[in-house]
Design a protein around this ligand. Structure first.
Ligand code: URA
Length: 432
């Protein structure tokens, strides 16, 4: 195989065969292809794209570079869930225990914060003592015993993705649909669930800026799943404003527990119902997604997922008191209330700015990073008459983040005289 010839062919808009892609990734993962050549190939892919067949081959070659979990001994249809990342997106912390409580096993490997978006693992690790570093055996047996585990990806899984992702980051080739789709799906396929629900976020607070690019990514991921013999449903959801009212690890964990207890904000509850409904339907615990959604709605109102979250926290070594009294997580944090520049109606909240603000607070926070965050008191469509828009939270030991945080938070709110039209959170569905 001449890597030079493969680069030239892709540069000129040609196709690579399954065998060529398999050998190339294997050679790169074992150090026999230089970063410079792989970087050139990635740029050619970013500019020329890949066919659905090439994208699936790339995904499977990356999966083959590392360890795969075998979950076949666990009875039932195992359903995984993935979000392409948004601001305030704590849906995994709600739907994973809830769907497990309703009888569908959920094996979930999650990531850490990326750019302006938070990561489920960071949020979960706000619980004292809780571990997300689990051996494959422990992960498997926890899913078999209690129906749910949320763990960090191990270093042995999809090492080719780690290498390629680092190279993409350094070569401005991150935002390529085949490269994102293969990166996400390789990690999903390595975990080995039977079915996957993917929340593809679109808008200013997401990696995909508009509905069209989100749709393209959704189609690419569903096609990979189909070719790999998995059932995949991709939901395209809007991510312009932050999801829910809490952003930041501790505040989001608190809001997730409140939502499981039946007291969540409307947009978060709606999205959890939609995602959970599809998960139950794929897992065979509901006749269809609408039926699943109704089951989730009733279970949320009854607080049915809280007991399952408690079980999961105990199994992963965490202090269960945090689930019983989550507000204690940020009880010692300093708080700065932010007033609006003027009265009126909140037309929009720039999710990306709020995500970046929380990231910057965490960077200065020292050990108690989970205390950093923003709690919104007003959402898009709400009227403001002298009340605060939001509160910034930070650890007590940190210098008060008053000036810069207040200015940036206020700048993230766009005010108007009348309420804007609010489109539905669900903008499309792509299935196998
Ligand atoms: N998340 C991933 O895992 N990979 C990407 O390429 C982008 C987001």
């Amino acid at each position: 195989m001449s890597v030079r010839e493969l680069i030239a062919r892709k540069r000129d808009g040609g196709e690579l065969s399954s065998d060529e892609i398999g050998k190339l990734i294997e050679a790169y993962a074992s150090g026999r292809v230089a970063d410079s050549q792989m970087a050139a190939l990635l740029m050619a892919v970013a500019l020329r794209g890949m066919t659905a067949r090439e994208t699936a081959d790339l995904t499977l070659a990356m999966v083959a570079s590392g360890e795969r979990l075998d979950l076949s001994a666990i009875p039932g249809t195992k359903v995984d869930k993935h979000s392409t990342g948004g601001v305030g997106d704590k849906t995994t912390l709600v739907v994973a225990p809830l769907v497990a409580a309703l009888g569908v096993p959920v094996p979930k490997m999650s990531g850490r914060a990326l750019g302006h978006t938070g990561g489920t693992i960071d949020k979960l690790e706000a619980i004292p003592g809780l571990t997300t570093e689990m051996s494959p055996e422990r992960f498997r047996s926890q899913v078999a015993e209690i129906g749910v585990a949320i763990a960090a990806q191990t270093d042995d899984m999809v090492p080719a993705d780690k290498q390629i992702y680092a190279l993409r980051d350094a070569t401005a080739t991150v935002d390529s649909v085949p490269l994102i789709a293969s990166s996400v799906m390789s990690k999903k396929l390595a975990v080995g669930a039977d079915a996957i629900v993917i929340d593809v976020k679109a808008g200013g607070g997401a990696f995909m800026p508009d509905l069209q690019s989100a749709h393209e990514l959704a189609r690419a991921m569903v096609d990979i799943g189909r070719r790999a013999g998995k059932q995949v449903v991709a939901l395209i959801t809007r991510m312009d404003d932050p999801l829910g009212t809490a952003v930041g690890d501790g505040p989001e964990l608190i809001e997730a527990v409140q939502t499981l207890g039946g007291a969540g904000p409307a947009d978060l509850v709606e999205l959890c119902e939609i995602l959970g409904g599809h998960m139950l339907s794929l897992g065979g615990a509901a006749a269809n997604p609408d039926d699943g959604r109704e089951r989730v709605r009733r279970a949320l109102a009854a607080g049915a997922g809280v007991a399952k979250l408690r079980e999961m926290v105990v199994a992963q070594g965490g202090r269960v008191e945090t689930v019983d009294n989550p507000e204690a997580l940020t009880a010692k944090a300093q708080r700065v209330a932010v007033q609006a520049a003027r009265d009126g109606c909140v037309a929009a909240i720039d999710a990306r700015s709020i995500g970046l603000l929380v990231r910057d607070l965490k960077a200065e926070a020292g050990e108690r990073k989970w205390e950093c965050g923003v709690v919104l008191h007003k959402k898009a469509g709400d009227f403001v008459r002298g009340e605060p828009l939001a509160t910034v939270l930070a650890p007590k030991e940190m210098d008060p983040p008053r000036e810069w945080a207040t200015a940036r938070l206020r700048g993230a709110f766009r005010m108007a005289d009348s309420a804007p039209a609010r489109p539905d959170i669900l903008a499309g569905i792509v299935t196998t």
